[in-house]
Ligand binder design. Structure first.
Ligand SMILES: [Zn+2]
Length: 203
């Protein structure tokens, strides 16, 4: 296990989507950047098995943020079924122009990228292939509006980025709103245990 920010998300189904998810609550009033330092970028790349040979520097954090915010609208457009902004496509093409073919090690692993910039270009290539292929149709955003995390919905049934986070938050909100709506009284088909001592508690 590579130690990393415990709030960091690696469950989107693709590295480029994990990159977008390095901003928490990205679409709410208080976004949280979880990759805003060289050390956090270094650990994030390590966790994604993309540790570069050269140590990342502050410019790489800027590059990572630029790529992240370039890929975000492209991913959101694809998830919504909209055509992308041509300017974003052009900008992604400019990043891809720096791509270099990966080399393989003897045990069939991708050789490490030389620099963090190379690692980011690989991520851009992965995003481009994802967005141009059939898997683009599986891109979804989390149903929690503030979260709206993009993920690859492999099963076609995923509603939340995480059932344990946004799914639970939704249930808590729904419960509170039911209470606020004055529906604390159990529905009529329910039998309160205290009204039915010793009997069946109802269904
Ligand atoms: Zn979510």
């Amino acid at each position: 296990m590579v130690p990393t920010d415990p709030a960091q998300r690696f469950d989107t189904g693709a590295i480029w989507l994990d990159l977008l998810a390095t901003v928490g609550s990205a679409y709410g009033p208080d976004p949280v950047d979880r990759m805003d330092s060289v050390e956090l970028l270094r650990r994030w790349l390590q966790h994604e098995d993309l540790s570069p040979l050269a140590t990342p520097g502050p410019d790489d954090v800027v590059r990572a943020h630029e790529l992240r915010e370039l890929l975000r609208p492209l991913g959101l457009a694809a998830a919504a079924g909209h055509a992308p902004d041509p300017a974003h496509v052009e900008a992604l093409n400019a990043v891809l122009a720096h791509d270099t073919p990966i080399q393989l090690t003897a045990d069939l692993r991708a050789a490490p990228p030389a620099t963090a910039a190379d690692a980011l270009t690989r991520i851009a290539r992965q995003a481009a292939e994802h967005l141009c292929g059939p898997a683009a149709a599986r891109l979804r955003t989390c149903d929690d509006h503030d979260c709206a995390m993009l993920y690859d919905d492999v099963t076609g049934r995923r509603r939340w980025c995480s059932a344990a986070i946004c799914g639970v938050r939704h249930r808590v909100r729904a419960h509170r709103s039911r209470l606020a709506g004055g529906s604390e009284t159990p529905p009529p088909h329910r039998v309160r245990p205290e009204q039915n001592p010793g009997g069946r508690a109802g269904r």
